[in-house]
Design a protein around this ligand. Structure first.
Ligand code: NAD
Ligand code: ZN
Length: 384
């Protein structure tokens, strides 16, 4: 079958790979109908990780059950399902508590498993014609036979992850919130804030087409950080600190004063330091939800990678303001059923985010354009 295979820094190719098969009675194999390209794939694509050449990408997967393992009891051939990007067992201590993003069984020695992702277990990605799904009864979310193709595809990761950002920040109806990043995750956080009843939403980015989506679909006030300190811009409108804040950027934050290529500067003075901007933007005793990705400070990693985990954050200011902070991978399963039902009942329609739906053969070009944060390239869905 064909799959999107990593070739090394800034390069993927569509290649023939072996078809997956049932390896354990709890598995199913699905025919992929949609697998999305994610900002998280870009960390590997840009060569910032230890991802090895030859791995198949794709953790945002949806498809039709094609083959069912003997131990699977709730799924049948022909079922349409969407899969959390997390691979989770369902019975470890964390899964039992709903923390499926931190399953300790699927990937010993590391918190959490995922499809097609470096360090997150042996699971192949779904940017391919077929995918093996472990612990299928637990992981699969069934969908109506047809309809809402774009919205349902976003249930694998970014709609729940955006929602998770607002929950980590404990956003309440009537509160104000600032969301750093208006990429797919930031836009889903802003959209979640809107449907949860936030009174004011500030979306910070520098890509005009993304800020326009935030304004048009998420009722957000766009803040372009290239036009000046975003914290000052928000305070000028809001008057004081906002109640809550979400980081949907992560360690790869761009510094407008630097070249795009070596953008990240962990120094505390950096105007691009999203965590410090959040601490400054949010009022004393407010709460921050960090869903943008940060990597551990691994002493064995190359210098530039180690530095990405070692942030210059103004902990003193966080302490002085008595703010709370929540972070980590999204436990997609905690939210996807409810978000699916909001979509089915027409109470939520995140499909405005989808800018491209293309065949696998266009993956190399779309990776490059999404990586450049090209105007109008917001969320790319691959359809084998
Ligand atoms: P993306 O890279 O497309 O979006 C990031 C956005 O941040 C871009 O639009 C960029 O212009 C903007 N940005 C860059 N520097 C900024 C700065 N200094 N201030 C404000 N905005 C800035 O990717 P995405 O798909 O939206 O993902 C965003 C982050 O979320 C990534 O780090 C990704 O790995 C992470 N993520 C986390 C989870 C999770 O479970 N926690 C799940 C999915 C993605
Ligand atoms: Zn993703």
């Amino acid at each position: 079958m064909e799959a999107v295979v990593y070739q090394g820094e800034h390069e993927v190719a569509v290649e023939e790979v072996d078809e997956p098969a049932i390896e354990h009675p709890n598995d199913v194999v699905i025919d992929i109908t949609t697998s999305c390209i994610c900002g998280s794939d870009l960390h590997m694509y840009e060569g910032r990780t230890a991802a090895e050449e030859g791995i198949v990408f794709g953790h945002e997967n949806m498809g039709i059950v094609e083959e069912v393992g003997d131990g699977v009891s709730t799924l049948e051939e022909g079922d349409r399902i969407v899969l959390p990007f997390n691979v989770a067992c369902g019975f470890c201590e964390n899964c039992e508590n709903g923390k499926t993003g931190f399953c300790t069984n699927v990937n010993p020695g590391f918190a959490g498993g995922a499809y097609g992702y470096v360090a997150m277990g042996p699971y192949k990605g779904g940017q391919a014609e077929k995918l093996r799904v472990p612990y299928a009864d637990f992981n699969a979310l069934t969908l109506p036979e047809e309809g809402n193709e774009d919205s349902f595809a976003l249930l694998a990761d970014i709609f729940p992850t955006g929602w998770h950002g607002t929950r980590l920040a404990d956003l309440q109806p009537g509160e104000s919130v600032a969301i750093y990043g208006a990429g797919p995750v930031g836009l889903m956080a802003a959209y979640s804030a809107k449907i949860q009843g936030a009174s004011e939403i500030y979306s910070v980015d520098r890509v005009p087409s993304r800020l326009e989506l935030a304004e048009e679909h998420c009722a957000a006030t766009p803040i372009n950080f290239e036009e000046g300190d975003p914290v000052e811009q928000i305070k000028e409108i809001h008057g004081s600190g906002v109640d809550k804040g979400v980081d949907a950027v992560g360690y790869q934050a761009v510094d407008p004063d630097k070249e795009a290529d070596d953008a990240y500067d962990p120094a505390r003075e950096s105007p691009a330091n999203v965590l410090n901007n959040l601490i400054r933007t949010v009022r004393p005793t407010g709460q921050l939800g960090i869903v943008g990705l940060y990597v551990p400070d691994d002493p064995g990693a190359p210098d530039e990678m180690a530095a990405e985990g070692r942030l210059g954050i103004d902990f003193g200011l966080l302490f002085e303001k008595g703010q709370k902070l929540g972070t980590g991978q999204c436990d997609v399963k905690s939210y996807n059923r409810q978000l699916r039902d909001l979509i089915i009942e027409d109470r939520a329609d995140p499909s405005f985010l989808v800018s491209h739906r293309v065949g696998l053969d266009e993956a190399p070009e779309m990776y490059e354009r999404f990586d450049n944060r090209e105007e109008g390239v917001t969320k790319v869905l691959l359809e084998p």
